[in-house]
Design a binder for this molecule. Structure first.
Ligand code: TYD
Length: 207
C-alpha cells in the first residue's frame, strides 16, 4: 500500500501524514514515512540545491527543474519505496509525481513532457491513493509564514500557487480513481478521520 499526500504549501500534508502514520502503527502495521525531495543521500543534496539556492543563482528552467525532482524520485523509488512495498510495508510519502505536474506545470513546463518524465522516474511504482489537501494558497502561505520564513523556492512560487492548485485539481479530475480530495480548511482531526475511513476500506479493515 502506497499513499501520497499532496497540496500547496501550508495545506497540512506533514501533519496528516504523521497522524496516519501513528494510527497505522497503532494498528500494528509496518509503516515507512518519506518526504520528497529528500530521504536518500542524493535526494537530500538535490533538496538543498532546489529549495535553498541563493537569490543570485540563476534558477533552473522548469523542465530542467523537473528532471532534478525526477532524479531524486527515481533514486527514492529504486532504493527505498519499491523494496519497502515488496516487504509488505505501508509507504506514506509527502509529495510525489503530482507535485511535478502541478508545480513545474505552473512554471510553464510542457505537461506531456512532465508526464513522460514522471513515468520514467517511477518505474511503474504508482500510489494506491493520493490525498489532495485542497486549500486557498493565501491561507496556506499565512500558515507557513507563521512557522518561519519561506525558503527561496517558496518565495519564487508564492505568486503562482493559484495555478499550482488548479493544476492539482485538474489532475485529480482527469484521474478516474485513486484520489481523495479534502477541504484543508477543516480541523486536522476531521481530515484525519476521512483519510482513515478511506484507508480502512482499502485495507479491508472496515468494522
Ligand atoms: P517542502 O519543504 O517539502 O514543502 P512542503 O513543506 O510544502 O511540502 O518543499 C518541497 C517544495 O518543492 C514545494 O514547494 C514543492 C516543490 N516541488 C516541486 O516543485 N516539484 C516536485 O516534483 C516536488 C516533489 C516538490
Amino acid at each position: 500500500m502506497f499513499i501520497v499526500f499532496e497540496g500547496v504549501e501550508g495545506a497540512g500534508k506533514s501533519t496528516q501524514l504523521r497522524l496516519l502514520e501513528n494510527c497505522l502503527r497503532g494498528e500494528g502495521h509496518k509503516v515507512l514515512a518519506l518526504q520528497e525531495p529528500g530521504t536518500t543521500a542524493l535526494g537530500q543534496r538535490l533538496r538543498a540545491l532546489l529549495l535553498n539556492s541563493k537569490q543570485a543563482d540563476q534558477p533552473p528552467q522548469p523542465l530542467a527543474e523537473a528532471f532534478l525532482f525526477g532524479a531524486a524520485r527515481a533514486e527514492l523509488v529504486t532504493t527505498v519505496i519499491r523494496p519497502a512495498l515488496a516487504k509488505g510495508e505501508i509507504v506514506l510519502c509527502d509529495r510525489y509525481t503530482a507535485s511535478t505536474v502541478a508545480y513545474q506545470g505552473a512554471k510553464g513546463a510542457d505537461p506531456f513532457a512532465l508526464s513522460t518524465l514522471n513515468d520514467v522516474a517511477v518505474q511503474g511504482v504508482r500510489p494506491n491513493l493520493t490525498v489532495l489537501l485542497d486549500l486557498d494558497p493565501k491561507m496556506g502561505l499565512r500558515r507557513k509564514q507563521a512557522e518561519g520564513p519561506l525558503n527561496a523556492f517558496e518565495e519564487a512560487i508564492a505568486n503562482w500557487l493559484d495555478v499550482v492548485r488548479a493544476g492539482y485539481l485538474r489532475l485529480a479530475a482527469a484521474s478516474a480513481h485513486g484520489w481523495l480530495i479534502l477541504d484543508a480548511r477543516l480541523p486536522a482531526e476531521d481530515i484525519h478521520r476521512q483519510i482513515v475511513a478511506r484507508v480502512a476500506v482499502m485495507l479491508g479493515t472496515v468494522p
